[in-house]
Design a protein around this ligand. Structure first.
Ligand code: NAI
Ligand code: MG
Length: 353
């Protein structure tokens, strides 16, 4: 029996609802598999914690988390009480950077049983590999002067190491898929970092001669996500481009409430962190109506990363079975609540096992 120690940070808002739902599903999966079990340890680090302690997580938070196999996180943010840049940088970005989770992986696919908002969607099945440690999301810059003289400078930081690492990960992932990598660029408008990005892509591409490749400007690429998402296999993008593109990825699937994500420390020196794309959804928090599928699919990505691809695939099958048999929350136009969708998930898992 393999036992995994998982640190759980439900966070704020619906994080406190969808995380327990996903844990129910993952415990059911472990029981079905028979060869693994999870030990869940909860940490109450969120905006309420910040209001009581003046920080999002304790000083030794990273040290505490370091001993766990993985981190399973819901969502963080209570914008009425704590400014978003404080809650985001104080917890999520702290963990992503501290544990060198340099790659963010976010799949989007047309799911059986779910209507895409696209009119005639072809079968799309793509993965965005987002550079997760640098790029446009950097602390380099500042603000000076007052009034009409105000100046804000925000520098984007692109390193050879970080850029190449994301691109190599994308090619290695494409090897297990359809062997095609698209680079999201904007070298026509951004005149230093993006031509650099293109150069690195050309270099890395040389090491993967049998792969199909394309380099597409991010604005056109966003339009293609709507017009013909089926042309994509793996897309590699900078931090900002990948962030925006993956909300769109969630949207063309049917709802951001089903989109999963993984922050990977690919060297496996530190724990990786698994959290859905969506936020804390204050508008629906506490009502029991949040869609748990994004968090559950995120759990599937955690299992995949830990080497349990077979039961990972079982989870995705059960998600599709659940949707097909009407297990849909309001964001998907359905009437089921979160608990009902979770019950149906577990039912379909057991049925398939
Ligand atoms: P959001 O993703 O929380 O909500 C956007 C819209 O999608 C809302 O109408 C919400 O009800 C809906 N939605 C999201 N997840 C859903 C689910 N599972 N089921 C059904 N509907 C769902 O994004 P928003 O409103 O921009 O941000 C709210 C807070 O969350 C902010 O504080 C923001 O900073 C934070 N946030 C945190 C993230 C994280 O922890 N990784 C990611 C994005 C936002
Ligand atoms: Mg985002």
């Amino acid at each position: 029996m393999n036992k995994y120690e998982i640190a759980v940070i439900p966070g704020d808002g619906i994080g406190n609802e969808v995380v327990p739902a996903a844990i129910r599903v993952l415990d059911a999966v472990a029981e079905i598999h028979g060869g693994l079990s999870f030990q869940w340890t909860h940490f109450p680090w969120n905006c309420e914690y910040y209001l009581n302690h003046g920080q999002m997580m304790p000083e030794n938070g990273l040290e505490t988390l370091q001993n766990f196999n993985q981190i399973f996180l819901g969502a963080v943010g209570m914008p009425q009480l704590v400014p978003d840049h404080i809650s985001l940088w104080g917890l999520l970005i702290n963990i992503r950077r501290g544990f060198e989770q340099s790659i963010n992986v976010r799949p989007a696919k047309l799911l059986r049983g779910l209507e895409s908002p696209l009119k005639n969607p072809k079968e799309f099945d793509l993965v965005v590999v987002r550079e997760n440690s640098e790029g446009e999301y950097s602390e380099v810059g500042g603000r000076i002067h007052q009034g009409s003289d105000q100046i804000a400078i925000q520098n984007a930081v692109f390193t050879r190491k970080g850029t190449e690492r994301a691109m190599r990960y994308a090619f290695d992932l494409a090897k297990e898929r359809r062997g095609h990598v698209t680079s999201a660029t904007k070298s026509n408008g951004i005149s230093h970092s993006m031509p650099f990005w293109d150069d690195v892509f050309k270099d890395v591409q040389n090491d993967y001669p049998d792969f199909g490749t394309a380099s597409i400007h991010i604005d056109a690429l966003a339009a293609f996500f709507v017009m013909k998402p089926q042309i994509f296999d793996v897309i590699v993008a900078s931090n900002l481009f990948g962030d925006i593109l993956t909300d769109l990825g969630g949207a063309i699937m049917g709802s951001i409430g089903i989109a999963p994500a993984a922050n990977l420390n690919i060297e496996r020196k530190y724990p990786s962190m698994f959290e859905p794309v969506h936020g804390s959804a204050p508008d629906i928090a506490g009502q029991g109506v949040a869609n748990p599928i994004g968090q559950i699919w995120t759990g599937k990505m955690m299992l995949d990363f830990m080497g349990y691809q077979e039961i990972g695939a079982l989870i995705l099958d059960a998600i599709e079975d659940t949707l097909q048999s009407g297990g849909k929350t309001a964001d998907l136009g359905g009437r089921a609540n979160m608990a009902e969708v979770t019950d149906m998930m577990i039912h379909h898992l057991r049925k398939r096992a």
